[in-house]
Write a protein of this length. Structure first.
Lengths: 93, 93, 93, 93
């Protein structure tokens, strides 16, 4: 099971809300809303997505990485390296 | 008309694609996909949103800000300050 | 003259402060400060650099791009495209 | 000892290089270099700082967090929460 299993409902709720925000953006563009207002809404959706990412990463460290480290063995190092690489992609996204 | 008027179809196409990606994220979570794979998809959607923002900003500068500057008067400074503030919110989002 | 000419002293003051912060980081590492404290200081320097970038961009739009637009001609479009590309590199940095 | 102990020389080398880049920025401003060129150099320093942050975080997870998790007890959860909060500050910086 993935690290977010226990919070699956909360993650889905956030993603559905983000989907609604993206549809809201389409409505704004359809109604010729002012560029700066559209831009600010894009920034809001970006922040909401980053909050989802940070939540997923927290669960991943607390469960998947923690379990690998507690179990020991070569997989622990591998899991930490994998998480670090994902964090790097996130910081640069 | 907003700066993106001439590219409205292209903006909408991008936003619909992003909406599809967010629904794809919901499917991934529903199917218990591995945290890192979900995270990478979140990073991909974030990048797609930033590309939309940069496109909107480019149109805004080329049309709205350019028009205000060509017309001259106090509104030009105001428009530049407004665009700079939006850029700042974007860089920090 | 570049767009930041009138604010050159303020820009230099900010850059000297950032240089001091980077030296402070070296001291922290030298004194084996806790990873999280070093990381937070790195984030603070990153924010200070982004503030410099946003300031430079604002001056660039207000002066260089505005002048090109007021003068008209092909250079105006070129200037806007160049600024948009720089904003894109900034958002992704 | 902090997580970066074994790589202290490499971290310091990177920070000294960043310090040199910030001094280079001051020279560019002093010599009235074109705004866009200064901006691109600011983006380069920002990326270099983020690379330091990602390196520190990787060492922190591999050593400090890993040790707390292997040792077990309440400190493990605390360490993971602390690391997640630092990552969140980094993503938003």
């Amino acid at each position: 099971m993935p690290g977010y299993s226990e919070n699956k409902d909360a993650v889905q709720k956030r993603l559905r809300r983000i989907e609604g925000q993206v549809r809201g953006l389409q409505r704004m563009v359809d109604e010729d809303k002012y560029c700066i207002d559209v831009l600010d809404q894009v920034a809001a959706v970006t922040k909401a997505l980053q909050a989802v990412a940070i939540g997923l990463l927290d669960e991943h460290l607390s469960h998947c990485v923690a379990d690998a480290l507690t179990a020991g063995g070569g997989r622990a190092d591998e899991k930490v390296a994998e998480a670090s690489a994902a964090i790097a992609r996130l910081v640069r996204s």
